[in-house]
Design a protein around this ligand. Structure first.
Ligand SMILES: C[C@@H]1N[C@@H](c2cn(-c3ccccc3)nn2)[C@H](O)[C@@H]1O
Length: 445
């Protein structure tokens, strides 16, 4: 039996309105983490910070005062939003999420509610407006990342221990509400907020406020897409309320990790956000450890879509507004594959076929077209396909060159697709045409 909640999930099941249908169809996004942290870039006084570059202010070797003065040097003279948008478009991203304000509290827009903004820097001018315009002109939707945690704001409290804390907390909530309304008023074409930094007690223990805030923003900007990270219920449960129901419009917990199977997503919309190195969002001068390759990123993107989710790849521009070579090369390599095979990703959904070792199935939303994306070519060069019940195969073709293939029926609802060439440098896409049958097990295609 369910617990009576005033501030739990208010909706059963996924949103079906046009804005959410659009978000779901885009599938592939670009995250951008840009801010003062790109100036130290993970190094200070000749020492290297091994944590995430955007967290350097919390490093014992970084005096808060020194970090908080960095805005005096922020002057991205090579910032070129048209070039940023062109790179994202060439990569095949259909939406972008930009950090308006990370945990350090520095605002990339000239907020009237804070002095700690781009207006106080040598650059002076708004960075968000030109970015949003350039991306929208390139046909890419923009969502705004907003950190609730704000290390710069005098009224921020991680927890409320006394009356003074509660008064500060109230002032801080007004500040948050004002800044979010200001962002919607300044940038009316944005499609959603991506909230972060909502794990402190001060936020977790005021589910009512997070609920009211979500409804306030939806009223200001109907159709806004906001994930589960904003919300807590009145018992402090986050992402999923105390009855296990997802709050927000999609599950937003997949940070640097992916679900393993369709069972892990519980029928909810969801999105994964991923770093190129193990754990760097902001620009770090020295990437340590493994740097993901084009094919690794493509597999994460395809796996996410095959499990009904979106996949967002993170970029961390330098303080001067340019991108590091590794990120430029990654964007170009991903874009090359997406140019030929993007049809298998965009508007992709869970196909309902039994998973095979060679890779992933993706169903074009609402159609009988199912893509096979092959990552693990069998030594035999023959791909096993097991059709779901009441499904018949009417056509098989290679995406590259639209070459028809004649599968071999091997009994019941199973086929082998024998590939003419089992060499593969990158993921191979095959298109299956199916129809609803009467579960007749037959071999002809
Ligand atoms: C989207 C990513 N979320 C931010 C983050 C993650 N974390 C975090 C905090 C505690 C445990 C694990 C992760 N803190 N901040 C990162 O800084 C980046 O913005």
């Amino acid at each position: 039996d369910t617990i009576a909640l005033k501030h739990g999930a208010h909706r059963m099941g996924n949103r079906t309105d046009a804005d959410m249908v659009r978000w779901r169809s885009l599938r592939f996004g670009q995250f951008i983490h840009w801010g003062l942290y790109a100036i130290p870039a993970g190094e200070w006084n000749g020492k290297t910070y091994n944590g995430a570059a955007e967290w350097i202010r919390s490093w014992k070797e970084m005096p808060h005062k020194a970090y908080d003065q960095l805005y005096r040097q922020f002057n991205p003279v090579n910032f070129n939003p048209q070039q940023w948008a062109a790179q994202a478009k060439a990569m095949g991203a259909k939406y972008m999420i930009i950090t308006t304000k990370h945990h350090d509290g520095f605002c990339l827009w000239p907020s009237k509610y804070s002095k700690y903004t781009i207006a106080a820097s040598p650059w002076k001018k708004d960075l968000l407006g030109p970015m949003i315009d350039a991306y929208n002109k390139a046909g890419i939707d923009v969502h705004l990342y907003f950190s609730i945690i704000d290390w710069n704001h005098p009224d921020y409290r991680a927890s409320l221990k006394n009356a003074a804390d509660s008064a500060a907390g109230k002032r801080f909530q007004v500040f948050v509400k004002n800044q979010l309304a200001e962002l919607l008023q300044r940038y009316p074409t944005i499609k959603g907020f991506w909230f972060d930094g909502t794990w402190d007690d001060s936020w977790k223990n005021d589910g009512a406020f997070s609920d009211e805030l979500e409804q306030y923003l939806q009223a200001l900007h109907p159709g806004l897409v906001m994930g589960s990270r904003l919300r807590a219920d009145e018992k402090g449960a986050r992402h999923f309320d105390s009855n296990g129901r997802l709050m927000g419009d999609y599950e937003q917990g997949w940070e640097r990790k992916l679900p393993a199977t369709i069972a892990d997503v519980h029928g909810n919309d969801w999105e994964a956000v991923m770093t190129v190195p193990e754990n760097q969002w902001g620009y770090h001068a020295k990437w340590m450890g493994h740097v993901k390759t084009v094919n690794e990123i493509l597999e994460m993107l395809v796996k996410s879509v095959s499990l009904n989710g979106n996949f967002v790849l993170n970029f961390g521009p330098k303080a001067d507004g340019t991108y590091r070579a590794e990120e430029q090369q990654l964007a170009a390599g991903i874009g090359e594959w997406m140019k030929v095979n993007g049809a298998a990703v965009y508007d992709g959904t869970y196909a309902g076929f039994e998973k095979q070792d060679w890779g992933y199935y993706i169903r074009k939303s609402g159609t009988d077209s199912v893509y096979m994306v092959v990552f693990n070519m069998p030594v035999s060069g023959s791909l096993r396909v097991k059709l779901p019940a009441r499904t018949e195969l009417t056509g098989v073709s290679m995406m590259q060159g639209n070459v028809a293939l004649a599968p071999e029926w091997i009994g019941r609802n199973e086929y082998f697709i024998h590939l003419p060439n089992k060499q593969q440098e990158s993921p191979m896409v095959i298109l299956l045409k199916t129809v609803k049958g009467e579960n007749k097990d037959k071999g002809n295609v």
